[in-house]
Design a protein around this ligand. Structure first.
Ligand code: PLP
Length: 479
């Protein structure tokens, strides 16, 4: 494809994207298909000869699109939001066009420097503790963009593991690091995201799961007890994960209390996972939930969830960037360059190659401004409260979580099987999409406001449809 063709097809593609976004409500939010649907529609081999762009796009609409779940649909209430917006798409387009691979300052100075600047903007916008902000005098901290919250947790766990092993190893350089692995133990709440368990599997360390209270917050008394018992038994507690905005119920762990527990034992790394809700600290009224973050060694939040930035973009900050470099540093000749003091983001994560991801975030910050982003999140909060109010007004239903942000966990006051049936009917309708979760031992349906331009009508319409399904189901419930 030459530049003139790209100019033409690029404009066609923008038209296609605009039509998609403007008419998205005419599509079912999620398909009802069986696995293998696409295999039946596409050839088994790639074409030998070039095909026309128009034909590819037509096939996309006809064959691929029917299998798409529309995460940016007004009736998509599942998971957490897949952040997206036109400014973000444009920034991402530019990143794809430039195609630089910014693993070191020298490999793309602009990519490295914009990432540093934007992550400092972001940290300041969220009111993060000064120790995470790189451009403040005396700071040893800073941030980096990763592909996912899972990666952030893994990177921090591996860094903490390295720090703990170095301490245990002391001067005995001949002992291999792996010898100390059985001694190490990490902690997370039962309500922490499954990525913590996965990280512990990959890092080959034990993970102790701590019970949560009835509101889904980690039981800090049990954490303290468990860490003390483990230390007394000769284990080395080295890593604790707290969550702000749990996946199941959007519960907020008490960071101050957990932070103090971590501080009371030597050398424990305290990580805070705020994949979704961390972004809400952009609102002064949500900062009560970030109290205690000053105890944390690291923090992550995904702009690709609640900050209108398309996947992938997960921000991670650490108080001591040297700890990352110590744990993850490899330095072959072909990656070395003459500006040793400049940041090389290859030391901050797992991959070598890195996209110019800061661009889309920069476009988002500049296009919306902090006030625009605040307004967007406040709208989600108000709509979640509206939905909560509608549910609470109907005696047949109950709300099972504290509605602090965009998530409402609700259920019918009936056996789980009826609630499972309700969710099945909601999803099979193709008109709305939701997922289940367990809150305090009860099966619930998660209703999360996700759409950028969500309105009260989206919420009231959804509630009417939910009630209509419930009317049918509850008719069969024995009195
Ligand atoms: N942490 C929390 C609290 C989450 O809710 C999620 C996903 O929703 C994750 C981590 C995993 O995020 P990612 O898909 O970016 O790895």
């Amino acid at each position: 494809m030459n530049a003139e063709e790209f100019r033409k097809y690029g404009k066609d593609m923008v038209d296609y994207i605009c039509d998609y976004a403007q008419n998205i409500e005419q599509r079912d939010v999620a398909p009802t298909l069986d696995p293998g649907y696409l295999k039946k529609l596409l050839p088994v081999k790639a074409p030998l000869k070039p095909e026309k762009f128009e034909d590819v796009l037509a096939d996309f609409e006809e064959k691929v699109m029917p299998g798409v779940v529309h995460w940016n649909h007004p009736k998509f209430f599942a998971y957490f939001p897949a952040g997206n917006s036109f400014p973000s798409i444009l920034g991402d387009m530019l990143s794809s066009a430039i195609g630089s691979i910014g693993f070191s300052w020298a490999s793309c100075p602009a990519s490295t420097e914009l990432e540093t600047i934007v992550l400092d903007w972001y940290a300041k916008a969220l009111g993060l503790p000064k120790a995470f902000i790189s451009d403040l005098p005396g700071s040893r901290g800073g941030g980096a963009l990763q592909g996912s919250a899972s990666e952030c947790t893994l990177v921090c766990m591996i860094t903490a593991r390295s720090r703990a092993i170095q301490k245990l190893k002391g001067m005995c350089s001949e002992i291999h690091e792996s010898v100390f692995l059985p001694q190490l133990i990490a902690y997370a709440s039962k309500e922490a995201h499954s990525s913590v368990e996965k990280a512990a599997k990959m890092a080959l360390v034990k993970l102790r799961i701590i019970e949560a209270d009835e509101r889904g917050r980690m039981r800090v008394d049990l954490l303290r007890q468990a860490m003390q018992n483990d230390a007394n038994a000769g284990l080395t507690p080295f890593f604790v994960v707290a969550t702000v905005g749990t996946t199941g119920a959007c519960a907020f762990d008490n960071l101050t209390e957990i932070g103090k527990v971590c501080r009371d034992l030597p050398n424990v790394w305290f990580h805070v996972d705020g994949a979704y809700a961390g972004n809400s600290f952009i609102l002064p009224e949500m900062r009560k939930f970030s109290e205690g973050l000053e105890y944390a060694d690291s923090f992550n939040t995904n702009p690709n969830k609640l900050l209108l930035t398309n996947f992938d973009a997960s921000a991670m900050w650490v108080k001591d960037v040297m700890s990352l470099k110590t744990a993850l540093n490899v330095n072959p000749l072909y990656l070395q360059h003459e500006h040793e003091k400049a940041i090389d983001y290859r030391h901050y994560g797992i991959p070598l190659s890195r996209r110019f991801r800061a661009l889309k975030l920069w476009f988002v910050f500049r296009s919306y401004g902090i006030m625009g982003l605040q307004a967007y999140i406040r709208n989600h909060m108000a709509l979640a409260k509206k939905f909560e109010m509608l549910v609470r007004k109907d005696d047949r239903f109950e709300v099972r979580n504290d509605v602090n942000l965009g998530l409402v966990c609700f259920r019918m006051r009936a056996e789980d099987t009826y609630n499972q049936e309700l969710l099945a009917q909601i999803n099979h309708s193709g008109k709305m999409h939701m997922i289940p979760s367990m809150v305090n031992g009860k099966y619930v349906i998660r209703f999360c406001v996700t759409y950028e331009h969500a309105t009260e009508k989206d919420i009231t319409d959804a509630w009417s449809e939910i009630k209509a399904f419930a009317d049918d189901i509850l008719r069969d419930v024995p009195a």
